[in-house]
Design a protein around this ligand. Structure first.
Ligand SMILES: [Zn+2]
Length: 517
């Protein structure tokens, strides 16, 4: 460092610039974050440092004094790479703002994905986004398009409307339909999709060969797959175990990098056998990665295939209508049947584990803390009276509904696993929310090599929080409560949250897009 500085000063002298002003210029950054506990999971750094940011990039990490136009005192605080959510369904401005207040600087829609891919990126760029955004290619949308002869529209309403049509969920594709699905997925990858998203659990009648062929297509394109496993069941056949084994087999048989989404909800209470199978496959070199969110309840459309059919209750370990809540209220059997029949797209919270019991919490912990795994929210948009909160609405109204994971996955994870139970170290927790997710994508998407790190040359996506106070506030009854304790959330060098207050005048989010070809 000294040597480079020496050359710099000599050059300034040759150019006739005074040494003292050159030295001063060298020390001036756009932002200087002073005296924080800097965590960088890739290098294992966990020490007090000063961090300088210039033009959206981290340009110094040092023990020396630095000065900047904007000085941030981070003493006593953790300075971490911004959190990267691989599973963010709520691709709206209000949903992204809620996530920013939970420490998220990049929110990617990878499980479902989008289609058409270009339309999605065009719309995001036109409207602007508070945090970085991106998406995979939505295989299910390609399937719906091929079966129903519909032009895909990249929004969740289009998907929930399509749940009324069983044919794409239950039938094997003809050769012509398979060709169309493959063509639509390839086109999405050409347009910069980050991988292929498989909502396979929503179309469990899909042919095994179709899943294999599209996984193979992803392998050949050098991008990962993100799969919601085909089955949700403690019972065989067609068990969660079988669905997970299919993902492992497709990865092994094609060489694809396969990511298993929300391991916690799919595994139900069968995590021991499933976890062992996945860990062994990983040891054999099969490229499998996993994610989980720290809640014992999931959320989806009430008419989804996994909650229909003669045996779904037994299969899910004895669930009843009471396991489902809509708008914070548990359902009766009559309400459940009526909603499934008439409004299958109704979003519901499904309590699959009771984490108020030690047994339920222990089952959840095995997924959340699965070796090498990452945290991802599976959060969604915000609804008032069944309608999406509009893009200009802020704050999100108190009566707005979503699963609390949409607001609080990251603070809840830090509060419970790091502060309260001290189950894992800060360094490992930060790996699970920043560097780990970046690593899952970076072979396919080189942009991600600059994320999830507090290192010179990395994107200045940075969060600063107090580990002693950071906390979730959202509950199942009152989900629309933003997390607290994140003092600063900086996206690409722009402070989006300052002193805990969200700045609604800036939209610094940039696309994460796979345009390397
Ligand atoms: Zn899912």
């Amino acid at each position: 460092m000294k040597r480079i500085g020496g050359y710099f000063i000599k050059l300034m002298i040759v150019l006739g610039v005074g040494v003292s002003s050159a030295a001063a210029a060298e020390k001036t950054y756009d932002i200087a974050i002073i005296g924080g506990r800097v965590i960088d999971p890739e290098t294992g750094l966990d020490a007090v440092r000063n961090v300088g940011v210039t033009k959206g990039t981290i340009t110094i990490v040092t023990t020396k004094d630095i000065t900047a136009k904007t000085m941030i005192d981070a003493q006593g605080k953790v300075v971490s790479p911004g959190f990267i959510d691989l599973h963010a369904h709520g691709q709206t401005i209000p949903a992204a703002r809620m996530q920013a207040l939970d420490g998220v600087t990049t929110g990617l829609e990878l499980e479902a994905g989008v289609l058409p891919v270009s339309d999605y990126y065009d719309q995001m760029a036109k409207e602007g986004r508070p945090i970085n955004y991106g998406a995979s290619v939505n295989w299910a949308y390609a399937r719906i398009a091929a079966f129903l002869n519909k032009k895909p529209r990249h929004d969740i309403d289009w998907f929930f409307e399509s749940l009324k049509e069983p044919v794409w969920q239950e039938e094997i594709a003809t050769d012509a339909q398979q060709a169309e699905i493959s063509a639509l997925v390839s086109k999405g990858l050409d347009e910069g999709g980050l991988g292929v998203g498989f909502l396979l659990g929503y179309a469990p009648g899909t042919g095994r060969k179709e899943y294999y062929k599209i996984t193979d297509l992803a392998a050949k394109a050098g991008v990962p797959t993100f799969t919601h496993a085909r089955f949700l069941s403690m019972l065989e056949p067609e068990s969660s175990f079988e669905g997970m084994a299919e993902i492992v087999a497709a990865a092994a048989g094609t060489g694809a990098q396969a990511h298993i989404v929300h391991m916690n909800s799919i595994s139900l209470r069968d995590i021991d056998t499933i976890g062992e199978m996945i860990a062994t496959a990983q040891k054999q070199g099969v490229k499998i990665t996993t994610e989980a969110y720290p809640y014992g309840a999931g959320s989806t459309g009430i008419g989804s295939a996994m909650f229909r059919g003669p045996k779904w209750r037994e299969r899910t370990g004895g669930m009843t209508a009471h396991n489902f809540d809509v708008g914070g209220k548990r359902l009766t059997e009559d309400e459940f049947s009526a909603l499934q029949k008439d409004h299958p797209g109704t979003e519901t919270v499904i309590h699959f584990l009771d984490t108020t019991t030690a047994e339920g919490q222990a089952v959840l912990d095995k997924s959340v803390l699965f070796p090498g795994g990452v945290i991802a929210s599976d959060g969604g948009g915000w609804l008032v009276d069944g309608k999406n909160v509009s893009k200009d609405t802020w704050p999100i109204p108190e009566n707005a509904w979503s699963h609390p994971r949409s607001a609080a996955t990251y603070s809840s994870f830090l509060r419970h696993y790091v502060r309260e139970t001290k189950t894992i170290s800060v360094l490992e927790a930060i790996r699970r929310v920043s560097f780990g997710p970046a690593q899952i994508l970076e072979d396919a998407v080189p942009q991600m090599k600059r994320k999830g790190r507090i290192q010179v040359g990395a994107d200045a996506d940075i969060v600063i929080f107090d580990l002693a106070t950071v906390t979730d506030r959202a509950t199942y009854e009152k989900p629309a409560r933003a997390s607290s304790g994140f003092d600063y959330v900086i996206v690409g060098g722009v402070p989006l949250v300052k002193d805990g207050i969200l700045d609604t005048t800036v939209l610094p989010g940039q696309p994460v897009r796979n345009l390397q070809k």
